[in-house]
Design a binder for this molecule. Structure first.
Ligand SMILES: Cc1cc2nc3c(=O)[nH]c(=O)nc-3n(C[C@H](O)[C@H](O)[C@H](O)COP(=O)(O)O)c2cc1C
Length: 202
């Protein structure tokens, strides 16, 4: 747990509601969030929700505040190609970074240290600065290339946290499953961002 801001990267993998819920729970907890959607994320968000998210950072901030019905100044939106943003530097202190959901394209570029967009640059910085970097890879099945890239990232210090729900909490709907994944994922930052029916022995 830290009072520094979180960097939240959203890449063009399916399961965009995981990103939306992460943004919402962090902001509702009063956490500061620096948000970057990859070029692909805009397309997938539209495919899954039928809405075009504004690219302009100010308009996007307004969009999230209205969509999530939250009055906050703790959200900063960044363009995916703005590699000169404050968060692109290791001197910008953070509580850590999460990429949720994370596409195999982003995984591959991160694994080779090929920082093309702002998400990749920030993740590269988190690895070199030995800060927490959580990657929630979304693809099925995984090829040997995906597995090798993920292993490479784990060896470099990233936490690989595939977005898989548990069944022992007896979820009754998708929202329960989303909350399980998001809240358990943020355990990796020692951050309790929501209420979870955690496992207790009978
Ligand atoms: C509707 C839709 C769903 C997609 N889902 C996935 C996915 O689950 N995992 C994945 O690796 N790529 C997925 N893709 C492909 C990526 O969006 C594509 O490879 C993109 O170039 C990734 O770029 P990015 O990593 O910069 O976001 C999907 C694409 C679309 C249009």
């Amino acid at each position: 747990m830290s009072n520094y801001p979180y960097v939240l990267g959203v890449s063009g993998a399916s399961a965009q509601p995981l990103a939306t819920r992460s943004i919402e729970l962090l902001l509702r907890k009063g956490k500061e969030v620096h948000l970057i959607l990859s070029k692909g994320a805009y397309k997938v968000w539209n495919a899954e929700n039928g809405v075009n998210i504004p690219l302009n950072p100010d308009n996007q901030k307004k969009f999230w505040k209205e969509y999530l019905n939250i009055e906050t100044e703790n959200l900063t939106c960044h363009r995916w190609d703005d590699n000169s943003a404050s968060i692109a530097s290791g001197s910008f202190k953070t509580a850590g970074m999460i990429i949720i959901p994370c596409s195999m394209g982003t995984v591959g570029r991160l694994s080779s240290g090929f920082s093309l967009n702002l998400i990749e640059r920030c993740a590269d910085v988190h690895l070199k600065e030995k800060r927490t970097l959580v990657i929630a890879p979304r693809e099925m099945p995984w090829s040997l290339i995906h597995l090798r890239n993920l292993t490479n990232l784990a060896e470099a210090g990233a936490c690989i946290c595939p977005p898989l729900p548990g069944w022992y909490t007896k979820p009754t709907n998708i929202d329960d499953m989303i909350d399980f994944i998001v809240i358990r994922t943020f355990d990796l930052f020692d951050e309790e961002i929501g209420n979870l029916n955690r496992w207790k022995e009978a």
